[in-house]
Each structure stands twice: as structure tokens, then as C-alpha cells.
Design a protein around this ligand. Sequence first.
Ligand SMILES: [Zn+2]
Length: 145
Amino acid sequence: MSAPIQFDPTHPHALAMYCSDGRFTEAVEGLLRGLGHARLDTLTIPGGPALLDMTSSGLSAVDVMREAASFLIRGHAIKQVVLLGHEGCGYYKARYTYESPEAMRRRQLNDLRQAAHWVRGAHEGLAVATYFATPEGAHVRFDEI
Ligand SMILES: [Zn+2]
């Protein structure tokens, strides 16, 4: 039996929405800690914020993602939303097989901006930040978009 792990009954004030790709999980948590959020709600799904907008997603996926995001933002009184995309995302590779890396990056950045636009429009008064994660050797670089 492992040692008991602490539980804080209060909800965190930050929600991070990002890809399920576990190679980035620790880096995202580190970024959020650096932004002052020791704890966070997460909404992870392949493609992450891509599913908040119809450009690179389908209607039913957008519906589910928007409903889940709104549920957490309202129900947990979220104050800051952080939307993250990452280089080499399998969701995008599967969807846009023949796109060049440059065009893919432009597409992902545009989707992040569109996702942020939706969050701001649907939930007034929230702080919304967008980042793009790029592996650099043994580290991850985050560029704010
Ligand atoms: Zn991904």
C-alpha cells in the first residue's frame, strides 16, 4: 500500500486544455506552476484546443469539447484558461497527412487563436493564454501565441 496522497477540497482556478500526448504532460504542469498555478483542472483529448473550433474538427467533437470546457469554467469558477498546442501532434498528422511542417504549424497556431476567440466570447472576464510547445533536446520550449 502506498503512502496517502494529500487532497485539497477546493477547486483550482486554472484550466489547461491540451493534447493527450503524455510527452508534454509534465512540461505543461511546469508551465502552469510558473504562471502561479500549483494545481490545475485539465481537459485533455487528442488535438486539445483544436476541438474547440470547426476548422480542424467536426461538429460533434466541437460540441463535446465546448460543453466540457464550459462545464468546468462555470462549475469550478475558473479564472484562467491556458490553451496549448504542440509540434508533431498526431491528431494533426492523421488529419492532414500531406501538409508541410510549416503549413501545419500555421494551421495549429490559427486553430489556437480561434479556440481562444471562442473561449473569450463564451466566457467573459476570463484570462485566456495560448502557447505552442516545441521539444528542444531534453526540454520543451513554450512560445506564447
Ligand atoms: Zn497532440
